[in-house]
Ligand binder design. Structure first.
Ligand code: SF4
Ligand code: SF4
Length: 148
């Protein structure tokens, strides 16, 4: 049977207003395009060159937003308000932030709700850190090539 989705059903199952902003913390590289920089420059009333210097830095071949320390996470995007946990440049935020999480669910919000339930603590904040590496190559037998 095909499940029918009606307008009454919630389409978005997360609430950024009730989240400490995992997405502004766990990704150390928030990439910005020239268009993003132009938007930030207009927001702050500075030139794109000045905005580039003040708010961004290079990481490898990518230009990314600068970071700062945070009372909850190790570090966060420089534009995150440490108290309200909201974006201080919301209307001028980069495209990647506008598109995130690109789904009706947010994994980090789900994880926080899950842990609050499991820990029986409505205020618990799981301190999440992620890093990425490629999975080991699998041989034709299915065994990992770097296994003995
Ligand atoms: S982690 Fe998810 S719920 Fe939290 S602010 Fe980001 S998008 Fe919103
Ligand atoms: S620009 Fe705003 S939404 Fe994007 S990472 Fe920084 S604080 Fe978060």
């Amino acid at each position: 049977m095909t499940r029918k989705i009606t307008d009454e059903q919630p389409r978005v199952r997360f609430d950024c207003g009730k989240c400490p902003a995992f997405c502004c913390s766990v990704y150390p590289r928030v990439a910005v395009t020239p268009r993003d920089i132009k938007r930030l420059a207009q927001h702050f009333g500075v030139t794109p060159d000045e905005a580039t210097k003040r708010y961004t830095k290079m990481s490898g071949t990518s230009r990314i937003l600068r970071r700062k320390g945070d009372p909850i996470f190790a570090d966060v995007c420089r534009f995150l308000d440490p108290v309200t946990r909201g974006c201080t440049v919301y209307h001028a935020r980069p495209a990647v932030c506008r598109e995130y999480p690109g789904s009706t669910r947010c994994t980090y919000y789900d994880l926080m709700k899950f842990e609050r339930r499991i820990q029986d603590n409505p205020n618990a904040i799981p301190l999440i850190q992620i890093s990425f590496q490629d999975a080991p190559q699998q041989s034709e037998t299915g065994a990992s090539e770097d296994e003995d």
